[in-house]
Ligand binder design. Sequence first.
Ligand code: ATP
Ligand code: MG
Length: 281
Amino acid sequence: MEKLQIAIEKARASRLAQRGQTDATGGQTSPEEAVSRHRDQGDAWAALREVSLQPKTLEKSRVIAYHSGALSTYYDILRTRLRDEVKRRGFRRIAVTSTGPGAGKSTTLANLSLSFGRMPLYRTMVLDFDLRRPSLHRLLGLEPKSDMGAVLRGEVPFDEHILRYGENVAFGLNAAPVPQSSELLQSERTHDFLSAVDDVYHPDLTLFDMPPFLAADDTQGFLSSIDGVLLVVESGKTTRQQLDSVEQKLSELTTVVGVVLNKCPFPDESDAGSYGYEYGY
Ligand SMILES: Nc1ncnc2c1ncn2[C@@H]1O[C@H](COP(=O)(O)OP(=O)(O)OP(=O)(O)O)[C@@H](O)[C@H]1O
Ligand SMILES: [Mg+2]
């Protein structure tokens, strides 16, 4: 039996055991549930389809952290702080969300992913779980043939869908919005699937692009599957009241590992923050 199938079964068996139930399927999983046909995590990463990214396309979407430089510095600082914070807390899965739409979650995550890509030996899995308004594929200039909805429903094997950038970043993207996103994200199948991905690929960190917290129940419903949240705040738009109320609500449900103040205007052009990006913990 393939390693991913075993991992999915293990995850399901452990969940059922916690409830004192037995596996009604007799331990059988469909071949569609396979995450990877490779036995070793290094092989599993190497077998993912490798893609290249076009600097011009990236820059049009404000994705600049594919190389180090003055503008990337702030994403690199955020990356390293996030890496240290998740390591300190023993976290592996972080969702990126905001109060309302358009704060810059996807742009921040795309940059953060490429910044992590420049950190050798640190494996980052980046999954677009904003199934309502997926945009990471556009920001990266990639055209996925399918979507994470099909993967989560077991219609498309994970290892056929995921795209690898360099040796240590893997993207799970969507070609189009996925219906019934909230129910799908909250399903036990998704829960087991993520456990299996952890077992097979052992990412150091998995980052999830999510819808705004106030826009739908997708993010709140998914919090039980993640360790913490990175909250993106849009300077000049997100009000103090919105931020306080969402941060408090999130803190009751999970750990807010950081708050990113995005699109922040800086009067001094010599300050790299003139790019409009700041961070805070
Ligand atoms: N630091 C920034 N400076 C200037 N513009 C930015 C910055 N970050 C993002 N933007 C712009 O803001 C807009 C929204 O960005 P993005 O799509 O990343 O937000 P989002 O929070 O993911 O939106 P949604 O809620 O729709 O998912 C885009 O036009 C993007 O280019
Ligand atoms: Mg987005």
